[in-house]
Structure formats: structure tokens, C-alpha cells
Design a protein around this ligand. Structure first.
Ligand code: EPS
Length: 397
């Protein structure tokens, strides 16, 4: 299985991620990680920080001459603005010059201060910040490389932003990813983009923020990842946890669950057909993708569909949210910060990484293998057997 741990504060010296469990022989380069990180900075509606700051990547461990060694992979993302924050965020003994004492509603500020017995909201928000998602995306690069060895790929696109939604018929494929990344809000439908950008401009003029929904699509994922046998092995549950853990995500949907819940069972399921060409699905095909590629917590080999719903960010450039100043006990408003109007386009890239990490981890659990070659051989052997289902007893005897 693939495990990863991140460390780092939003305005600290840098972020670090360690990824453990990746097989040897995977291609990983600094450019690959940097390109993925650049995708996460995309999107109309992000704040000025995205323009002046860069993600400076160093592969610290686990990779030699462009290939993984099978040892833990460590990646550092330096904060190019560290000099400005050196005093405020210094690890050396001292105290904050300007403690933040009016916690922002909707952030981890107050609950975090209470839980960790801290008097400065910065001690909480620095780690709760979505800056940490850069480290997840770096880890996701490793996961995507594993999936690519297995013939699978993930992409994401914005399907709703500030109340504007893409038509239900819009479902991009792997070849559309470049165009999506080239779009101002990472939307696959140009007419919808224009309306989303207008909504962002209107919210920005009001000093307000917007939420929305990103859809992650995973193509050619092999049948058999996850399991029906126990709650904590069900892949839909694992995906939900991983995607829900993204900062400001408050809802996760697999497939078209919300729409199905309004209709009848006779229209809510993906019929099964034989298809000798559907290799990753072990010789079966689904006519539709309503179940989001998962039945009983197991991948069916059909398109995996995960939707992440993000609330409007709670840091506003207009300080209107009511709070209490903890240093005086007086009623106050949450502090004003430069901020993003929306981060839904970026969140899609993060969700894509989290889905890739879960799928790659489950592929390693299912197929095992210390090298890429062993992993692939194990998967091919399994898929050949999966195509014999119904005849398997004969095949085994
Ligand atoms: C964030 C607030 C903004 C974002 C930041 C996440 O930062 P600041 O308050 O310093 O302007 O720019 O996102 C990133 C730095 C990033 O790399 O995504 C927050 O409160 O979560």
C-alpha cells in the first residue's frame, strides 16, 4: 500500500512529503512534480499570492536517475517568500508580534485554539491552510505514475461554481485534460466558463467568496480494487474520506448518487454487457457510469466518478463575519486577509491527486509487487483470471 505524510506550515520555510510503498522503476522527475504543482495554482479567482509565489521542488530521496528505488520518496517544496516570514514564523524561541485573536467563522481557528490551548489563531491556521495541498499534489505525482503503469489515468474538471453548473452531458476524456487546464476555471464547457468567470468577478467586487463542485474521473481503473467484505476496505468509503479531508470540502458524491436518489431503481443502475475488448474490466462493459465505477465498494472496471463539493472560503476580503476578540472578550468581525475569491479549480487538481493516491494504494494492496514489472505482471495475471469468471472452476482444475 501507499502511505504518505505531509509536514509544513503555510508561511513556513517549506512543505515536505514522504511517500512510502511505491515500487521501484517508476518514472519521476522534478519537472513532472513541478508541472503538477503548477496545475494546482491555476484558476481565475485565486489571490495575489498565487502570482508572486512559486513552488520550488526538490526530490530529496527515493529517486535516482529519474526512477524510483523502492525506498521512501521525500519531496520538499520550498516557500519562496520565506524571507518575508522569517521573523513571524521563526522556530526559535520568541513570541508573535501580532497575534491574531479574532477567530474566523468557518475556519479551524477557534476550535483549533481551544483544542491545542493556543492564544494566536496563526498557530492553527498556518497548518489548516490549503497551502498543505501542494504537498498532497506532489505525492499524487507518484500515485499517477503508478496508475499510468497500470494503464489508468485521472483527470478533474469544474462542474459547478458560484451556482453556475455545466450541462450534465459534459464528460471529458483523458485527451481533454490539456484544454481543461488551459481554461480559466478548469471547466470543459466554454459557455459555462464565461458564466462562472462573471460570477467570480461579481463576488470579488463584493469582497465575497464562492464555492462549487469538481468532478474527478478515473479512466481504465482495473476491476477488483477495494472490497465488499468489511467497512474499512470499501473503496467508496476510502475515496470519500480522502476527498473529504481536502480543506473546505464538505461533500463527496460517488457517481450520480444525488440524481439517482430522486428517481427509481429501474433507472438507477448500469446494465452489464459482455465486451472482450474491455481488458481492465475483465471482459465486461457497463452501458452507463451511474454507480461511479464502484459496486459493493469494489471497482467494476468502469469509469470511476467522484464529485467534491467545496464551501465558499471563509476568509473574506470584506470582514463581515461576526466573531469574538479573544483578547478582550468583545464582539468583533473576522480579520481581513488577502485571499482567494474561489479555489474550486485548484481543488479539482487536489481531488484528482487524492483519488489517484487511494486508487494507487489499493492497486498495490490488490496486486502487490516491489518493482513496477512485478506489479504489472500480477495485474495482468489477475485480469486474465477475472475474464474467466463463471468458468473459473474449470480453469483451476
Ligand atoms: C489559504 C489562503 C491564501 C491562499 C493559500 C491558502 O493564502 P494567504 O492567506 O497567505 O494569502 O493563497 O493557498 C496557497 C498558498 C496555495 O499554495 O494554495 C488558506 O487560508 O487556506
Amino acid at each position: 500500500m501507499l502511505r504518505f505524510l505531509t509536514a509544513g506550515e503555510s508561511h513556513g520555510k517549506g512543505l515536505v512529503v514522504i511517500v512510502e510503498g511505491a515500487p521501484s522503476g517508476l518514472s519521476i522527475t522534478t519537472e513532472q512534480v513541478a508541472d503538477e504543482l503548477a496545475r494546482r495554482r491555476l484558476g481565475f479567482g485565486r489571490g495575489p499570492r498565487m502570482r508572486f509565489e512559486r513552488d520550488e521542488v526538490t526530490l530529496l530521496a527515493g529517486v535516482r536517475h529519474g526512477k524510483t528505488l523502492g525506498s521512501p520518496i521525500a519531496i520538499e517544496i520550498a516557500n519562496t517568500e520565506w524571507e518575508k516570514w522569517r521573523e513571524e514564523m521563526s522556530p526559535d524561541p520568541g513570541h508573535a508580534e501580532r497575534p491574531l485573536t479574532a477567530p474566523r467563522p468557518g475556519h479551524a481557528d477557534l476550535a483549533g485554539m481551544q483544542k491545542y490551548a493556543l492564544n494566536d489563531a496563526r498557530d492553527v491556521l498556518e497548518r489548516a491552510s490549503a497551502r498543505e495541498t501542494a504537498a498532497r499534489v506532489a505525492a499524487g505525482t507518484v500515485a499517477k505514475s503508478i496508475l499510468s503503469e497500470l494503464g489508468a489515468s485521472v483527470l478533474s474538471h469544474t462542474v459547478a461554481l458560484g451556482g453556475v453548473e455545466v450541462p450534465a452531458s459534459v464528460r471529458p476524456g483523458p485527451a481533454d485534460l490539456g484544454a481543461i487546464d488551459g481554461d480559466e476555471v478548469r471547466c470543459a464547457d466554454a459557455a459555462t466558463t464565461a458564466a462562472m468567470v462573471a460570477a467570480i468577478k461579481a463576488a470579488a467586487a463584493d469582497g465575497d467568496s464562492l464555492g462549487g463542485v469538481a468532478e474527478v474521473l478515473a479512466y481504465d481503473v482495473p476491476v477488483g480494487l477495494g472490497s465488499h467484505v468489511h467497512w474499512d476496505r470499501k473503496l467508496d468509503g476510502l475515496l470519500a474520506q480522502a476527498v473529504m479531508s481536502i480543506q473546505a470540502v464538505k461533500g463527496v458524491e460517488i457517481g450520480s448518487a444525488t440524481q439517482q436518489a430522486r428517481g427509481r431503481g429501474s433507472e438507477a443502475h448500469d446494465s452489464i454487457e459482455l465486451d472482450a475488448d474491455a481488458t481492465s474490466a475483465g471482459g465486461f462493459r457497463r452501458a452507463t457510469a451511474l454507480a461511479g465505477g464502484l459496486e459493493g465498494g469494489i471497482t467494476t472496471g468502469s469509469l470511476v466518478v467522484v464529485r467534491a463539493t467545496m464551501k465558499p472560503l471563509s476568509t473574506l476580503s470584506r470582514p463581515v463575519l461576526a466573531t469574538v476578540d479573544l483578547s478582550t472578550g468583545d464582539a468583533s468581525t473576522s480579520f481581513k486577509e488577502r485571499t482567494d475569491v474561489t479555489a474550486v479549480p485548484a481543488m479539482g487538481v487536489v481531488a484528482e491527486s487524492m483519488v489517484a493516491l487511494v486508487l494507487a494504494s489499493e492497486a498495490l494492496r490488490k496486486f502487490g509487487g516491489d518493482s513496477v514489472r512485478e506489479l504489472r505482471r500480477n495485474m495482468d495475471g489477475f485480469l486474465a483470471d477475472a475474464a474467466l469468471v463463471g468458468h473459473l472452476v474449470d480453469a483451476q482444475s
